[in-house]
Structure formats: structure tokens, C-alpha cells
Design a protein around this ligand. Sequence first.
Ligand code: ADP
Ligand code: MG
Length: 215
Amino acid sequence: MSTTDVRGRFISFEGTDGCGKSTQMRLLAAKLRAEGQDVLETAEPGGTRIGLQIRSILLDSTNQELSPTAEMLLYFACRAQNVDEWILPALDRGATVLSDRFTDSTLAYQGAARGLGREVVMALHQIACRGLLPGLTIYLDIDLDTSLERAHARNRLIEDKDERRMDEQAVEFHHRVRQEYLKLAEMEPGRIKVIDGRADRKTIAARIWETVHRV
Ligand SMILES: Nc1ncnc2c1ncn2[C@@H]1O[C@H](COP(=O)(O)OP(=O)(O)O)[C@@H](O)[C@H]1O
Ligand SMILES: [Mg+2]
């Protein structure tokens, strides 16, 4: 299935932890709603009741033995449920769907950083999402120091230490994630738009707004 089969618009936000995805998605959703648009906001992992149960396995810091393949399948299980339960119905009724992460995250984290490979990720994507890809992906690019600094500042506010598993990965892991995002953007310049995430919130929001209207 391609995005041309459905009526609505599908926009995803990508980037390393702390790059500003959640912040910018909220701002874009508010602007689109102010224009009178029907907007569905969804975040990965999670998004659905079942997805939240899977999310607790993925983010549990005591699950150190979770294998890379099992991790990838859990992300796709979350995504499959979200596609069927929320995303496709919303696109069918003509809504704009905003997703905080989608398959590009799996390509960057599991495919590249964990070394499982692009082909494996895309084969599972065809099954889990039936090939549904965003029409537009906003990749917020940020240097690793800023990314980790912001994520750690935010995590200090999170009481539950068990939710921090992904934030404690080595710097090298984050570097591989960023390099893959940049490579994906180079491969698909029509869909993936790179926006400098180091600017202030307002400047980034203006750039995203301009990109959404242009595409
Ligand atoms: N442009 C920005 N400049 C400085 N800090 C930011 C900016 N955008 C977001 N933040 C802050 O950085 C942290 C991470 O932002 P968030 O939107 O949660 O990122 P993500 O969802 O990509 O992990 C939050 O504390 C947020 O308030
Ligand atoms: Mg977030």
C-alpha cells in the first residue's frame, strides 16, 4: 500500500532522543487544528492500549537480555497495532496523522545501530505496515552532545528509572543512529526533510510549517 491509496496526510517526526520531536509535533498539531483540520497525534512505542503494554517491555531497564531481533519485532508489533487501530482509519476519514517516530526509527536504531540491516527491517515493514509510509518525514538533526544533554535533563524529571533503557546507550550507538538518518534522508530527499534541531523552538516550528505547506 502507498500513501496515495488513502485520503489523509501522514507526517512522521524522526531523530535521536532529545532532538525535539514531541515538542515540535505538539506545536504542528496545534497549528493544524487552528486551521480546522482533523489531526491524530500518535507516538511510538505505544499509541494503542496494547502498544503501551509492549512499550513497558521495551523501556524496562531490567530487560537487558532482550535480543536485538526480539526488540525489533516488538517495535513492529506496536506499529502494526497502531496502523490498524488508529492510523489507517484516521487516514481513511481524511485526517492528518502525526506520528512521533515510525519505521525510519527502526531502520536507524535496529537496522543500522544494532546491525540487523535495512532489508530485514523493510521486509518486516511490508508485513506490519503493509508498506504504509509517511508522505512527509521531518528529521530533526541535532549533534550528539545536545541530544544527550536534553534527554538527560528531561529524564531527571522522570521518577521511574525503569523507563530509561534506551537513553543509556553508548555515544557510539547514537552516532550510528544519526549517520543512518542522514543517509536515509539522502536516499529519499522527496520524503525526508532534514531540519536543524539546534535552533530555538520557534525557528524550528516556522521551518516545519513552511515545509508542511510546501510539500
Ligand atoms: N529547540 C529547542 N531548544 C532547546 N530545548 C528544546 C528544544 N526543543 C525541545 N527542547 C527541550 O529538550 C527536551 C527534549 O525535547 P523533546 O521534544 O521531548 O524531544 P524528543 O521527543 O525528540 O525526545 C525537552 O526538555 C524540551 O523541552
Ligand atoms: Mg519524545
